[in-house]
Design a protein. Structure first.
Length: 553
């Protein structure tokens, strides 16, 4: 059969051999094709291998389109690669900058200073401008706002801002220690201390939060505020173990010992000194804490110097922008108490008035006024201040206990017992209220009820426990047993257990040292009496301890 031909192409120009070769693609053509265009036409028509010329240039129109397409593709690739590189560089630069800002924020928070909190808040805002989904930025900002509102007495707007940041951070679906701490502080200062402590305890008992110094410290601070001083001590010591140089933790440990009262002043003073001499020489909470301790130890002149320093006068004066409004108010309150103690009642009253005007919502200032009045015998005035402190912070069991002390001083013992029980109901591990009730029963010579009260206190602290609270309960039990003419071995066993629970127990040190001295055991008496005088130089038995020490030389 003859191959089909295209119109306009003469068949006679194709030899039979060439036609067969073209059709089958297996034979070689017998002679060269003179008409190359014609041959190309056939190769294209029959799709034969032989006549598809590999080196022929493509049609002019197609070549131009391919070149343009190639150039366009190359351009797109260059633009895409350039954009990808630019985007990667921008992201890297942003990540580096955010990381730097987060590091600076963390360092500012570690200073635990009013000015550093404000600066940290500004850095957090810069972080969130660059990355609204930054968990660290939102968590830090929530923490800063919660501290500024709750501790430093700044406006209510900061509380709302903190709550907003907590909510936004939680939506990111991850945890952050400062987010949890901020949430706990908001709950505590918002009137839910139990909820705040419980939420932290649950997290810390899990696998994620066991070594968080921040969260253990936060839990300890909340426990201390509600009156669980033994629990607070355990939490704060654990926080200190994980972060030995944490200014905030050390200062609150000092505050805890200051609240313990007589016999614990040395521990408190030493910890305040560690902060001010080694960690942060201008740490305002420690300066104020030391001034309050000095005032409680009847050293008003020294207390006055600390208050003046915070107020920007005297030696080592601090700039006013470094001190929060609440800290300024507390300094005026301490200055007023010192002036009262120095016999300058008029000036003292004016300073206290300034404090109350500057910070009318501070329960701690009202508590300070109440304690000053109670020391001076003005139990009615103290009662009014403690009641106001309770109104301002209904969750603080220590204020309720102080109200009970004022009523008891005024002879209203039954009302005092009601307040002590109220404090116990609020904070079962607040042993001070149990001890106060036991003392009332002892004064009434109802030994059984006194011992029952102390037994309840010991059970509330838990079996096998140690610490200052347990030591105080055991000392009180020993004194009740001694007053009821119990056997010597019973009394001695209680004092020995008290000293094991707390090696700095002043009553236990003195009683055991005195007994060793009377039993002619100087080797036992010397270290016990010596420790008493070292730890409790202003204790109620200091004069007698000095006499024993002199006799042992």
């Amino acid at each position: 059969a003859r191959p089909a031909t295209s119109p306009g192409i003469p068949v006679q120009n194709l030899s039979p051999a060439g036609a067969v070769a073209t059709a089958t693609g297996t034979a070689h053509r017998a002679r060269p094709v003179r008409n190359e265009a014609y041959a190309e036409h056939l190769a294209e028509k029959f799709q034969t291998e032989e006549w598809q010329l590999r080196h022929r240039p493509p049609p002019r129109k197609s070549a131009r389109a391919a070149v343009i397409g190639t150039l366009l593709l190359a351009t797109v690739m260059v633009v895409a690669l350039g954009g990808w590189w630019a985007m990667s560089a921008w992201r890297k630069q942003r990540a580096v900058e955010i990381d730097r800002l987060l590091k600076q924020t963390r360092e500012l928070l570690e200073k635990d200073a009013y000015a550093s909190y404000k600066e940290a808040g500004q850095l957090c805002e810069k972080i969130l401008e660059r990355d609204p989904d930054s968990l660290g930025g939102r968590s830090y900002l929530a923490y800063v706002d919660a501290i500024r509102w709750g501790e430093h007495g700044e406006p209510e707007g900061l509380r709302e801002e903190a709550k907003k940041q907590v909510a936004l951070a939680k939506k990111l679906g991850q945890t952050h220690s400062h987010l949890l701490a901020a949430d706990a502080y908001l709950r505590y200062y918002g009137g839910d201390p139990k909820g705040a402590a419980d939420s932290l305890s649950r997290f810390l008992s899990g696998s994620e939060g066991g070594t968080s110094a921040l969260l253990h410290g936060t839990l300890g601070i909340i426990q201390m505020q509600v009156g669980d001083l033994d629990g607070a001590r355990e939490s704060l010591l654990l926080a200190q173990r994980y972060a030995p140089g944490d200014v905030r933790v050390v200062q609150h440990l000092a505050e805890l010992y200051r609240r313990r009262g007589a016999g614990f002043e040395l521990q408190a003073w030493t910890l305040y000194e560690i902060v001010l001499q080694r960690l942060s020489k201008d740490h305002v909470p420690s300066i104020l804490g030391q001034a309050r301790l000095l005032l409680e130890r009847d050293q008003p002149e020294a207390a006055l110097k600390g208050a003046d320093r915070v107020l920007g006068t005297g030696e080592g004066a601090l700039p006013r922008d470094k001190v929060s409004p609440r800290q300024v108010a507390m300094a005026h309150a301490l200055r007023g108490g010192a002036l009262y103690a120095l016999g300058k009642a008029g000036e003292g009253a004016e300073e206290e008035r300034k404090a109350e005007v500057l910070d009318p919502t501070s329960p701690d200032i009202q508590d300070l006024f109440g304690r000053r009045k109670l020391r001076a015998g003005d139990w009615r005035g103290a009662q009014a201040n403690f009641e106001k402190a309770i109104q301002l912070d209904p969750a603080r069991a220590s204020f309720v206990k102080s109200l009970g002390d004022a009523l008891r001083t005024g002879g209203e013992v039954d009302r005092a017992m009601e307040q002590y029980q109220r404090a116990i109901d609020m904070s079962p591990k607040a042993t001070d209220a149990r001890i106060a009730r036991a003392r009332v029963w002892r004064e009434r010579k109802d030994w059984a009820k006194a011992l029952d009260e102390l037994d309840r206190a010991q059970k509330a602290l838990g079996t096998g426990g140690t610490g200052t609270g347990l030591s105080q309960v055991l000392v009180e039990s020993a004194e009740v047993q001694q007053a009821s003419a119990a056997k010597y071995d019973v009394v001695r066993d209680l004092y020995v257990r008290a000293l094991k629970a707390d090696g700095a127990s002043c009553p236990a040190l003195f009683w055991l040292g005195q007994q060793a001295f009377e039993q002619k055991k100087p080797d036992d008496a010397k270290p016990l009496v010596g420790d008493y005088l070292r730890l409790c130089p202003r204790g109620p038995r200091a004069a007698e301890a000095q006499r024993i020490q002199a006799a042992l030389r």
